[in-house]
Write a protein that binds this ligand. Sequence first.
Ligand code: NAD
Length: 776
Amino acid sequence: MQNSQYRQIKRVAVVGAGTMGSQIAAHIANVGIPCDLLDIPPTELTLEERASHLTIDSPTVRDRIAQSALDRMKSAKTRSPFYVPDAAELIRIGNFHDHAEWLADADWIIEAVVENLEVKKQVHARIDQHRRRGTLVTSNTSGISIRAIAEALSEDYQECFLGTHFFNPPRYMHLVELIPTAVTRPDLVEFSFDFAEHTLGKGIVRCKDTPNFIANRIGIFSILHAIHLMLEEGYSIDEVDAITGPPMGRPRSGTFRLGDMIGLDVLVDVANNVYENAPNDERREVFRVPDFILRMVEKGWLGEKTGGGFYQSRRGENGSEIWTLDYNTLEYAPRSEVRFDSVDRVRRIADAGERLKGLIDSDDRAGQFAWKCLSHAMRYAASRIPEISDDIDSIDNAMKWGFNWELGIFEAWDAIGAPESVERMKSEDHAIPPFVANLLYSGHTLFYRTSPKSKPVKSNADASLIDMGDGVLCLEFHSKMNTIDNPSIEMMFEALDAVERNFEGLVIGNHADNFSVGANLALMLERARNGDWEAIEAMISTFQRANMRFRLSSKPVVTAPVGMTFGGGCEIAFGADRICAAAETYIGLVEVGVGLIPAAGGVKEMAIRCLEDVPSDADVDPFPYIRRAFETVAYAKVSESAGHAKRLGYLRSTDRISINRRHHLHDAKQLVLTMAADGYQGPQPRQMFVLGETGLVRLRSEIDLSRRAGHLSDYDVKILNQLAYVLCGGNFSTPQSVSEDYLLELEREAFLGLCGEEKTHQRIEYTLKTGKPLKN
Ligand code: NAD
């Protein structure tokens, strides 16, 4: 038997190339592992295949399902399943009949075929004929019994078999539920846990082999309970979604838009699975799907995939409009604006727990509905211990990582106050689950023991310094969307002072979704409109100084960008000597879109980065490298992943990528400690090579060509000429060496000039209002 400590996954095979199988294969390729993707050979020719005189036996036809799935993923316009396009090359497509022998090459076989026990049993029987003994096999079933799928197979098969339930879309959803059976080898369970967490970057929740496991059991209960409640108490679909989204700490899709995204047919199947296979569930009737939904499924109104479900998008006079279903008549009407005092009151509360408490303590219709939804879901979840899980963390993590809830059920319970809410439930004659009653009876008032939060070393309105332990300090931004203004910059200096005196090194990062969306544009616009140039200049030059001090610091500084890392946020990331980026980092110098150029060292750093790529041993023209940096900034390119950011030149090939979001800050901290242990010596300010007029002339002619081709407005030309000027180090007649400070001065001058332009003000104003760039 292979020792799992030394087990390696060098090749994966995914059987079933539908929505999930294909995207799971993409994510395997994302982490650099070759993957085979197999589906069934189709039984009919398409019109194009007929026209091309192909037959049902032609290899291209037989591989078509997997090939089309791969093609679709490659051409995805948004939210690509791939970190970088060439990851797709690691996927080999085929069909399960002609290429079943490929299974013998796989170290992990993942089954993701239709959710049907009989089909799955047949597929696994065939896998068993071809795989090597001891090979790990898993199923992506959403809720079928793992034991039942493999019960007829060999002992070795059953011992190597478990569930790995990825959520859709696998690249972006953090959760993977891991479902071993009673006979799965423990070492393989451990191995799968580690592999999914550390190599695939997922958040793993261990589940028991019960219908729909954890997230879908609780999630579908919550959806269906809200729907039954709506029917009983006469709420509308619009009302329910206005209440059950962000006010309750859940995603904007609320209950019904989420239903449309999942697909009504899937919703019905998943609900039926509990109804049929959990006969002792005391809330089984909640899983009985209401008639109106069954009628919708009969009519084929399945949600987004069929163009309509609970909502429908229609062409109206002003473009597309959303219409909502009236569940009594099964007719659609324009979506109504719903207003509740309680929802208005809590909307802006940042803390999810306080928001939820504010809502359920209100006695208007929204408050009452939210309380009933929440309190039923809480009691239901608590009653599922130990049936579906032995611990509350697993249930909470499953809901946060699989359904994007801000708080898990038990975290929410702590936030609203367990003793008070249990009294309220009792006063409404609800039985309290024994697990909760015992907890309170034994004198506890909280589900989670609150660990003393590390107190910030220093803090102001926009940023804090936190001691991460082991001699590492963390600078964390916490303004809205982590925008940068004077308080954040002040804290950057404080961080450096503190690190130089008392710490080994510094991490700049946070636990938020986004590192920073850049400078506070609203304030910038106000100052520009008031002609307060002194304030703008002061802010920019201190920002530049802060970034320079970071990079030249004698102690290691590592920035940890994640999510949106735009403009000034990107420049802070550049400031450090090393970057440890989360895999999902969307980084870009986007200033041109708002009529500005980067001026906190962004242009200078792009110049440094692109020139580092110029081979030094040959007589190479550096211009194409400068042009590449110019284009990246001129088109305000934003990376679609950290890997892509390397291609765009924002990250260096040596910068680190941290695959698991939850380990990101830890990884950044470890990097600081390694640098410190290696005897870190900060870099010296460097002399930089600039092209002067020789580069400027060529960039200007490219700008001119684009203008003539109609790609640029006159104002774009003005901005891009400024960018070219800075990037080439001004108009020296020959290439030169210049200091970093000199380039920073050029950045500042160009920036201040553009700040005085009305067209820049219009761009900023438009972006602040719409979130989009204005072309003027
Ligand atoms: P899907 O219908 O999109 O794809 C299923 C694929 O399996 C199809 O391409 C089909 O041709 C193929 N297939 C059917 N029989 C086969 C066989 N004998 N051999 C090889 N391929 C075969 O389904 P999906 O949404 O990708 O779901 C796949 C699995 O993942 C199901 O168990 C489902 O419950 C689970 N799941 C789905 C989601 C989701 O959101 N779609 C989320 C989590 C888990």
